[in-house]
Design a binder for this molecule. Structure first.
Ligand code: COA
Length: 240
């Protein structure tokens, strides 16, 4: 399988230079961004500040309640759009991480969370995003139990992930399942404006077509689409 690599994403991509945060124009990190990055990196612990684990745009906000842990092994880019297209449309939109008490937000490698992305992790819940994965822009992830995103995933504009329905459809024949984890495997491509609902597991190498509503598990290397999403093709691969 031809997995994408960090280095294959073009010279202007911040993820192409994981050790050296760059501005969208490919220049050195602007002083305003350096200050924003230093300020937000304090959430990873003051001792990690010299490594600047977070590279943030000025509009970025991280709210962390007591006991919440933000763990960045490599680098977390916040507020940069990964794709070099349509940047003016999203430039300056605030990126917000809300970490409830005793929650965990894990970035073991290098990941990019673009402008206008909001990720809320409730008290005691866990969110993780793997090495080389990115969320382009304008997305919402509401995590009340667990949401995990694997390595080298491409998550497009307008994504919505919820691991709960928030309200109950009252039924006599079945107890309410108020929340259930969402797991996205490695090398998954999620198209624009996709919604992924509670309890869904997406297998490695799968592709989710634009505007799909995913209500059931997706097998590995399968293209699904529609509302609710159904298999369109099997044994597929994709690349950037
Ligand atoms: C509508 C909803 C609450 C129903 O959840 P549920 O009780 O687990 O669903 P049910 O078990 O009764 O029904 C599941 C079936 O409906 C389908 N389905 C569920 N949600 C669907 C959706 N949004 N669009 C299309 N089909 C949907 C499932 O594929 C499944 O089909 P199947 O029976 O053929 O396998 C849930 O699917 C949903 O849309 N949640 C999001 C709610 C939301 O937006 N909350 C925001 C805060 S207000």
């Amino acid at each position: 399988m031809a997995h994408s690599t960090l280095g294959s994403r073009g010279p202007l991509s911040p993820l192409a230079h994981p050790g050296t945060p760059v501005h969208e124009d490919g220049g050195r990190l602007h002083p305003t961004r350096w200050l924003a990055s230093a300020w937000q990196s304090r959430h990873c612990g003051w001792s990690s500040l010299p490594h600047l684990p977070i590279s943030a745009g000025p509009g970025t906000r991280i709210a962390r309640e007591p006991g919440a842990r933000l763990e960045v092994g490599g680098k977390l880019l916040l507020g940069y759009q990964h794709m070099n297209i349509g940047q003016d449309r999203f430039r300056g939109l605030p990126t917000a991480l809300d970490l409830g008490s005793d929650s965990r937000f894990e970035v073991p490698g290098y990941a990019s969370i673009g402008p206008g992305v909001g990720i809320a992790v409730s008290a005691g819940a866990r969110f993780s995003i793997g090495d080389g994965s990115y969320i382009t822009a304008d997305a919402t992830i509401l995590c009340t139990s667990e949401v995990t995103i694997g390595r080298e995933c491409a998550l497009a504009w307008g994504l919505m992930i919820m691991d709960t329905d928030f309200h109950e459809v009252v039924r006599a024949d079945r107890p309410w399942r108020d929340r259930a984890p969402v797991h996205i495997g490695d090398h998954v491509w999620v198209g624009a404006q996709v919604t992924i609902l509670k309890g869904v597991t997406i297998g490695d190498g799968a592709v989710i077509a634009a505007r799909s509503v995913v209500t059931h598990d997706v097998p590995a290397r399968t293209l699904v689409g529609g509302n609710p999403a159904e298999a369109i093709r099997t044994d597929i691969d994709w690349r950037e």
